[in-house]
Design a protein around this ligand. Structure first.
Ligand SMILES: [Mg+2]
Ligand SMILES: [Zn+2]
Length: 195
């Protein structure tokens, strides 16, 4: 049975934008995220994170750190009854010091490899799915993946909305205060449309 998914960017959408999250101490959940994810769980949406973590390829932090951050994220959410269904990330970068991670991959957003990975793991109703992020590249990623895009004002959001969005042919279906607002909007829209 296909289920719709909410694909979420990580830095600036789930946690505070602090440049590279190169230490666990820099990973700070944004307000309302636990509630947002719990609402998705209760309404039978898959909650999936899609994130670029090129700091690995750049040699700024090891792959292990990304794993620790994601373990911590899952545990923090579980304490509040919220569950992330999947986390897919791109550790690559075209040029950098670590040959194993430095190539022109197909999974660095806005390329759509992370969506392909998610669709291999889950049976996803793409029609009913959304992408939520704080960067214009997240909108571009949504467009290329056939997802409806939502921008949040957290992270780089305010600046992207003010300076990048007006010049772009891409338009989000909604501009949200934060992830919780985005999720509430999606759920009310679904109810209105009687989906
Ligand atoms: Mg971001
Ligand atoms: Zn990649």
């Amino acid at each position: 049975m296909k289920r719709p998914a909410i694909f979420m960017d990580r830095d600036g959408t789930i946690n505070e934008q602090m440049g590279y999250i190169n230490h666990l101490s820099r990973f700070v959940l944004l307000p309302g995220v636990q509630n947002a994810i719990r609402l998705l769980n209760e309404n039978d949406f898959l909650a999936i994170i899609v994130s670029n973590q090129s700091g690995v390829a750049r040699g700024y932090f090891p792959m292990d750190l990304v794993t620790s951050v994601h373990d911590y994220l899952r545990k923090s959410l579980e304490k509040r009854g919220a569950r992330i269904d999947g986390i897919f990330f791109c550790p690559h970068y075209p040029a950098g010091p670590l040959p194993e991670y430095c190539h022109d991959c197909d999974c660095r957003k806005p390329k759509t490899g992370l969506i392909d990975q998610a669709r291999e793991a889950f049976d996803i109703d793409m029609e009913g799915s959304y992408m939520v992020g704080d960067r214009h590249t997240d909108l571009e990623f949504a467009e290329r993946s056939g997802l409806k895009g939502i921008l949040v004002k957290t992270g780089y959001g305010l600046g992207e909305i003010e300076f990048i969005l007006p010049e772009s042919p891409l338009k989000p279906v909604y501009i949200a205060e934060d992830l919780l607002d985005a999720v509430r909007w999606i759920l009310s829209r679904k109810k209105r449309n009687g989906e």
